[in-house]
Design a protein around this ligand. Structure first.
Ligand code: ZN
Length: 181
């Protein structure tokens, strides 16, 4: 039986909502974590015109392995190996120190699949927009500026995958001047 794409996507949203159910974003309001994966999929579909259901599902699920008790095998069993693979491509190795994980993202961005590049682009677009609109309460301007610079270094490694989304990234990154104290 082949599952309809819409049913698959909704099942992914429900799965991610359950996995992230106790987590909150770092913004002052502590908004529900699930808002973030939903925002990625919305950017891809609404602003990027992406219809590839594997990419949209991977966007919804992209933080489940990194931030919740979810394994690649569990994702593969529930959503198939193609979606699980994209999620794993955008999952940091949490056994590494944070600075090294951030360096690894820059190193690996060029060699991941185009589906994973799209998810990463949407992730960085959403994170920069969030830092501008609803930043973590304890982040100083310098930390925000460092994040903007690092996100740019990651995205520079994967350019060519989707010029429209890359332009959206550039638009939000250009607003880093608003971060000055
Ligand atoms: Zn994310």
């Amino acid at each position: 039986m082949t599952e309809e794409p819409t049913a698959l996507l909704l099942r992914a949203v429900a799965f991610a909502a359950d996995k992230h159910r106790t987590q909150r974003r770092k913004d002052a309001e502590g908004s529900p974590y699930i808002n973030h994966p939903i925002a990625l999929a919305t950017v891809l579909a609404s602003e990027g015109g992406i219809t590839d259901i594997n990419v949209l599902c991977a966007a919804v699920l992209h933080d489940t392995v990194e931030d919740t008790q979810t394994s690649e095998a569990e994702l593969a069993a529930s959503f198939g190996p193609a979606i699980a693979r994209i999620v794993m491509e955008v999952t940091d190795d949490k056994s590494l120190p944070k600075a090294e994980r951030k360096r690894q993202q820059v190193v690996h961005a060029a060699s991941i699949s185009s589906g994973a590049k799209l998810v990463k682009l949407a992730d960085k677009i959403c994170n920069l927009r969030d830092i501008l609109a609803a930043p973590p309460a304890d982040w100083l301007p310098s930390r925000k500026q460092d994040y903007f610079a690092w996100a740019g270094a990651v995205i520079d490694q994967l350019r060519g995958v989707h010029p429209g989304l890359e332009a959206l990234f550039d638009d939000v990154q250009a607003r880093s001047i608003e971060l000055a104290a």
